[in-house]
Design a binder for this molecule. Structure first.
Ligand code: UD1
Length: 385
């Protein structure tokens, strides 16, 4: 059986790693890895391959940055001949980035079976490119591998047959469990001189937060103010760095807000695990903080990962200074010694995925999603204006 995985952007890599390791145990499987090149800076890509022990990609499409249409089209054009030549039995796509959607489109039009790792997540927010990517990818996929029960419910409510939905659990947590001992050994907190000190970790890169200078300024001012009472470590995504430079923002030297280069997976995990709280707009960090029991303040009006709010440590906040400072205060006060337990966020999701892919089975009765309480129409983008 030939399985071909397509990845391209930073959050894809930690989802691929455990699946690749698990597939490598199967003698009857050839696993081909295609990197689209959507992310290309060494600290956004190569470092993740090294740290997560992912073998070098078999193909690199080198698409780079561009508008959504340019990026999606470039992946499609460069992937098509590879799929035509290799004719894989299954194409696996991960998450919700442009490379995910592009690969699902090409593969399904060539009649290849498509499996979507992290299927069924929905924010209901059509202004996010990721929501469009999720919905379309799921419609095109034959195997929908969901991280949580609500994800399966979303798919069934959209009319997708239960037979295609497999509740495998959260594969990001597999990577986290695998890497946590190594991350702890690196003692990254000492390197940043924050060992034993309450500090916050920040990541912000969503267009809604960083592309509007007024919103970005408000966020930076809130972080700067936080920096007067605690250390705030902010590894800055390249997209955000460009915008911060344009604003001419410099942290107040009397405080301790530190703008850092993007971090690798292990250093980031080590810092997050020992932090007092995280402020983010990333999807993965909402999940990782919930698993680790670290309070998380998510600067977004919605989340496609509601289980991190209903069962975990996550709270949503508007991108306003007062709202953020209030949320941070409450988050720190709320910290509980018990880690939340989420069903099938247990480090074994990739094993379940590979059982579905290779043996066509999962563990029986527990896997089907809840039947929807009420049928509802497929969500549609709001009409403009
Ligand atoms: C993409 C994903 C987003 C994910 C994020 C994680 C889409 C639509 N968005 O957003 O869901 O949360 O990755 O990081 O797929 N850049 C570099 N070096 C790189 C990569 C990007 O400098 O290695 C800069 C370029 O200026 C580029 C910009 O960042 O134009 C945005 O990159 P892009 O891949 O388009 O989207 P992200 O914001 O990274």
């Amino acid at each position: 059986m030939r399985i071909l995985s397509v990845v391209g952007a930073r959050p894809n890599f930690m989802k691929l790693a455990p699946v690749d390791r698990e597939l490598a145990r199967r003698r009857d499987v050839e696993h081909v890895i295609v990197h689209t090149g959507q992310h290309y800076d060494p600290e956004m890509s190569d470092l993740f391959f090294e740290e997560l022990w992912i073998p070098a990609p078999d193909y690199h499409l080198g698409v780079g940055s561009g508008s959504h249409a340019q990026q999606t089209a470039a992946v499609m054009q460069r992937l098509e001949p590879i799929l035509t030549e290799l004719r894989p039995d299954l194409v696996l796509v991960y998450g919700d980035v442009n490379s995910t959607l592009a690969a699902a489109l090409v593969a399904s039009k060539l009649g290849r079976r498509v499996g979507h790792v992290e299927a069924g997540l929905r924010s209901g927010d059509w202004s996010m490119p990721e929501e469009i990517n999720r919905v379309v990818t799921d419609r095109l996929s034959d195997l929908l591998l969901t991280p949580s029960r609500d994800a399966g419910d979303n798919l069934v409510a959209e009319g997708i047959s239960v037979d295609r939905v497999h509740f495998v659990g959260n594969v990001m947590i597999d990577s986290l469990c695998w890497a946590l001992p190594q991350a702890a050994k690196r003692d990254v907190a000492s390197r940043y001189e924050v060992r034993g000190v309450g500090y916050a970790v920040v990541t912000l890169h969503r267009p809604a937060n960083v592309d509007d200078p007024a919103v970005l300024r408000e966020l930076l001012e809130a972080l700067d103010q936080m920096g007067r009472t605690m250390t705030v470590l902010f590894p800055v995504h390249p997209r955000t760095r460009e915008r911060v430079q344009t604003l001419g923002f410099r942290p107040d030297p009397r405080g301790d807000l530190r703008l850092l280069e993007p971090l690798g997976y292990l250093d980031m995990l080590g810092l997050v695990a020992a932090s007092q709280l995280v402020i983010t707009d990333s999807g993965g960090l909402q999940e990782e903080t919930t698993f680790l029991g670290v309070p998380c303040v998510t600067v977004r009006p919605n989340t496609e990962r509601p289980v991190t709010c209903t069962h975990g440590t996550n709270r949503l906040v508007a991108p306003r200074r007062d709202a953020m400072l209030g949320a941070v205060e409450r988050a720190v006060a709320r910290r509980s010694p018990a880690r939340p337990l989420i069903e099938r966020w247990d480090g074994h999701a990739a094993e379940r995925i590979v059982r579905v892919l290779c043996d066509g089975e999962l563990d029986g009765a527990a896997s089907p999603p809840h039947p929807p309480r009420r049928a509802r129409a497929m969500p549609q983008p709001l009409a403009a204006g």
